[in-house]
Design a protein around this ligand. Structure first.
Ligand SMILES: [Zn+2]
Length: 246
């Protein structure tokens, strides 16, 4: 069966940790995955946004989120479940489908780290297989960065009310909810396996919701840290909205 090259246009940040301990260098991983969630960058939408921002008389301006979440699927049969991933740490990604088709990412290294999505995704899957709560640590990093950038914006000269789409989500979350993962899932209604488009907060929270619905993640110390950070981020956005009442 011939190896198909995967399309470009996916994004994955580099891992937040090095290779798991206890495995020989050059260990070849064979990972049975459930579903692989990945960010997709839509060039056509980005181009439309670009035209909108250059259109002087566009009023009101319409922008659409250029990034969505989707499940990595088999190019031959479209299946998104039960894919087998193989490779060594820092290899390009190779995915084998139960239907017999295989696909791989190119071996070149793009300039922008998050465009090297095949290697980064393989590392993420290796780390999550070695320790499921890695998913909480990875998302904690993303949530902290998001929170820090919101804070910089709030304290900077262009401070303003948060994005209306973000506030819609924030106001829908009950502050006293005991089950943040379930609450977020109900509010966001993740559209996966269809593409789920959204602004960064929405996409972050869809991933957090999926992670917190896994018992092993939710009940870990890292899972609790992730939950606390996300609650803090939502509180920050509530405070910022209160500074700029409509
Ligand atoms: Zn297939």
């Amino acid at each position: 069966m011939e190896l198909q090259m995967m399309k470009r246009g996916y994004l994955q940040d580099p891992p937040v940790e090095g290779p798991p301990h206890g495995y020989a260098e050059g260990h070849i991983w064979q990972l049975a995955t459930d579903q692989i969630v990945i960010k997709r960058w839509d060039e056509a939408t980005a181009e439309t946004n670009n035209i909108t921002s250059n259109e002087l008389f566009a009023s009101p301006p319409y922008y659409y989120p250029p990034v969505s979440l989707e499940l990595l699927g088999c190019p031959t049969c479209g299946a998104t479940d039960n894919q087998i991933v193989t490779g060594r740490w820092d290899d390009p990604l190779t995915v084998h489908c139960p239907c017999g088709a295989s696909q791989a990412t190119p071996s070149d290294r793009p300039m922008c780290p998050e465009n090297d999505w095949g290697r980064n995704l393989l590392k993420r899957l290796i780390l999550t297989t070695a320790d499921p709560s890695y998913e909480a640590r990875r998302l904690l990093h993303e949530a902290s960065e998001h929170r820090a950038s919101e804070r910089r914006l709030a304290e900077g000269p262009y401070s303003r009310r948060p994005r209306p789409e973000d506030m819609e989500i924030v106001s829908a979350v009950d502050r006293d909810t005991h089950d943040l993962g379930r609450a977020l899932t109900d509010i966001l209604q993740p559209k996966l396996p269809d593409p789920h488009a959204g602004w960064p907060l929405n996409l972050l929270l869809v991933q957090v919701a999926r992670a917190l619905l896994i018992d092993q993640v939710r009940n870990s110390a890292d899972g609790r840290r992730l939950e606390a950070e996300v609650r803090g981020l939502l509180d920050d956005l509530r405070c910022q909205a209160d500074r700029y009442p409509r």
